[in-house]
Design a protein around this ligand. Structure first.
Ligand code: GLU
Length: 447
């Protein structure tokens, strides 16, 4: 980094957070963008904003004991990083996956601060989760785990304090068990304390679809800004979870041809366009594997074991699986095959080297904190509905989501333009997200 203040702070972040490569990567990416505003905001330096922004307000780590179906005691580790509450209560999902550790939760929480700021809605940033693996666990085991997890977490939550939601491994089933236990422990029907709830008990229409829809809408906006569109274009999507499924549906609605989906066993290619309803049935309802999609679909769909989903030639890519899933080699293959736009449905799925490959090739690149903000934005809309004891229609909620995504796209472009980096959505998203939080922190004094 050219700026010595940024470099010194980053060195300090490295020293204080050893062994957390994903967190360090997320901080570095934001700091590289902040180079473009250094010198413009001396107050940020005077007020120690950089280091304060990197240090979570509170980090909670706890034991989660539960009993499996065999009667054996299992121990997992629970986390909640309450990162920044300058703009509103801590807001962000819970991830249940064996890879979860403090560094992963901090990277996700750090990203969430700026993502939530970009939505324009009053939500701070936080993230949590556990190294619990729901795969292969019975409903009873998942319930007992969720109840134990919430028995500790509930004392740190509240609709004005911290509002968790889902992320990888946490969907409607888990949110149900978590909300039930929160309600029981507190004796309060505090609907706005968790989002991603079921539609019969305080959930919002479009929340389930929102992250995937938003990532496709963001891609559409980037294409339109370049005089292009989804029309007849091939789209590759990685993953087959909540984000991927609805990114596929929206890509189709926008006129594209989504040709891939994947899971940890490999990927499917369906030249006729992924059958969204079949994929939804297999992954969301039956909790099955992606291989079954190719078997049941017939019709030229094929399963490729292992390998890289990014080898499939496409015009638009929506990485929607997990962090660092798309590296520089994959990015070069996509560029060679003529990709025009990449919109991150997952959090940080492209490595920094991959992002540079896209930059150099002038591919429109939408970073996760802008492109996948539709999920958390619709969570904030769910909180609005809970606060007013109301429930909006699908059409109205989707219209709000679409407008929010268009606004985020516009803010990123405008900010990038102002900083002399036209079309650089990374710099636009980081700087626009950061400034709003930093200005609020300055208004509050050194706290
Ligand atoms: N986990 C999602 C994200 O990465 C959604 C968080 C939320 O709805 O609070 O933004």
């Amino acid at each position: 980094m050219i700026d010595s203040m940024l470099q010194d702070t980053y060195d300090q972040v490295l020293r204080r957070n050893p062994g957390e490569p994903e967190f360090q990567q997320a901080v570095r990416e934001v700091f590289e963008s902040l180079e473009y505003i250094q010198g413009r905001h001396p107050e940020y330096n005077d007020q120690g904003i950089l280091m304060r922004m990197c240090e979570p307000e509170r980090q909670i780590i706890f034991r989660v004991p539960w009993v499996d179906d065999q009667g054996t005691v299992q121990i997992n580790r629970g986390f909640r990083v309450e990162y920044n509450s300058a703009l509103g209560p801590y807001k962000g999902g819970l991830r249940f996956h064996p890879s979860v550790n403090l560094g992963i939760v901090k990277f996700l929480g750090f990203e969430q601060i700026f993502k939530n700021s970009l939505t324009g809605l009053p939500i701070g940033g936080g993230k949590g989760g556990s190294d619990f693996d729901p795969h292969g666990r019975s409903d009873g085991e998942v319930m007992r785990f969720c109840q134990s997890f919430m028995t500790e977490l509930h004392r740190h939550m509240g609709e004005y304090t911290d509002v968790p939601a889902g992320d990888i491994g946490v969907g409607a089933r888990e949110i149900g068990y978590l909300f039930g236990q929160y309600k029981r422990l507190t004796n309060r029907y505090e609907a706005g304390v968790l989002t991603g709830k079921g539609l019969d008990w305080g959930g919002s229409l479009v929340r389930k679809e929102a992250t995937g829809y938003g990532a496709a809408i963001f891609a559409d906006e980037m294409l339109k800004a370049r005089g292009s569109s989804f029309d007849g274009r091939r789209v590759s999507i990685s993953g087959s979870g909540n984000v991927a499924i609805y990114a596929i549906e929206k890509s189709k609605q926008l006129g594209g041809i989504p040709v891939t989906a994947s899971d940890s066993s490999g990927y499917v290619v369906d030249e006729n366009g992924i059958d969204f309803e079949l994929l939804q049935q297999i992954k969301e309802v039956e909790r099955g594997r992606i291989t079954e999609y190719a078997e049941r679909r017939g019709n030229g769909a094929r399963f490729v074991a292992g390998g890289s989903v990014w080898d499939v030639p496409v015009d638009i890519a929506l990485p929607s699986a997990t962090q660092n899933e798309l590296d520089a080699d994959a990015a070069r293959t996509l560029v060679k095959n003529g990709v025009q736009a990449v919109s991150e449905g997952a959090n940080m799925p492209c490595t920094p080297d991959a992002v540079n490959v896209f930059r150099e090739a002038d591919v429109a690149f939408g970073p996760g904190k802008a492109a996948n903000a539709g999920g958390v934005a619709t969570s904030a809309l769910e909180m609005q509905q809970n606060a007013s004891r109301d429930a909006w229609s699908f059409e109205h909620t989707e219209e709000r989501l679409t407008q929010i995504m268009k606004n985020i796209h516009h803010t990123c472009l405008e900010t990038a333009e102002e900083l002399g980096r036209p079309g650089d959505y990374v710099v636009g998203a980081n700087v626009a997200g950061f400034r709003k939080v930093a200005d609020a922190m300055i208004a509050f004094g050194v706290i």
